[in-house]
Design a protein around this ligand. Sequence first.
Ligand code: SAH
Length: 223
Amino acid sequence: MGKTHMNAQGIGMTSERTRLRMIERLRSKGVHDERVLAAMQNIPRHLFIDEALSHRAYEDTALPIQFGQTISQPLVVAQMTTAIINPTVPKRVLELGTGSGYQAAVLSQLVESVFSIERIDKLTRSSRRRFIRQGYSNIRCKTGDGFEGWPSEAPFDAIICTAAPEEVPLDLLQQLTPEGKMVLPVGDDKQQKLIAIKKTANGYAHEELGDVIFVPLLEGVIR
Ligand code: SAH
């Protein structure tokens, strides 16, 4: 099987075989959408984190990135991605909270275009460099306050929020297409629920997808 990368921890900690083990673990934890599993098999998660942590890239755990933020746990990335592409695959997706860029990269394999907003300018810049270097040409990202969405590119078929507001940011629902959906964690630093909201002709349908822990969605931009 494929290439093996060397790092301080020895040979193979970031190899394709290690990544395949992560996929098998996701499967055993209930992820069954083959498109999501294939996308995650494709994306080298170790290239989205600090080299010193790359030997842990394929553990099913959130890991620290810069500025006190985190790259989400693979299982949660898989669950949110599954919720975003079912029952229909959206064309244009807005992400709030680019962070490392990993979730955006996974989505880029499955949808036509990803628009991603990050409030910490240095994170936007390093993610943008990753997208270019790794060739994800259907991702656009910018520094901004996710609470405002991306009005000039709206409407979106789906919005994925990878940081937790205390309440559903209702204004953002206006940037969805008539059949659009939003997937997001909601709550405080003690308790959060992952929620999927679907826009319908008669209002909004909510679905709870379980307990999660994300960093908070905060207002304002850091340059
Ligand atoms: N999707 C990311 C997860 C990063 S953690 C990944 O795959 O790595 C969440 C990110 O949301 C952090 O980088 C944080 O700075 C950012 N964030 C928090 N509030 C925000 C806001 N209002 N607008 C945009 N980004 C925000």
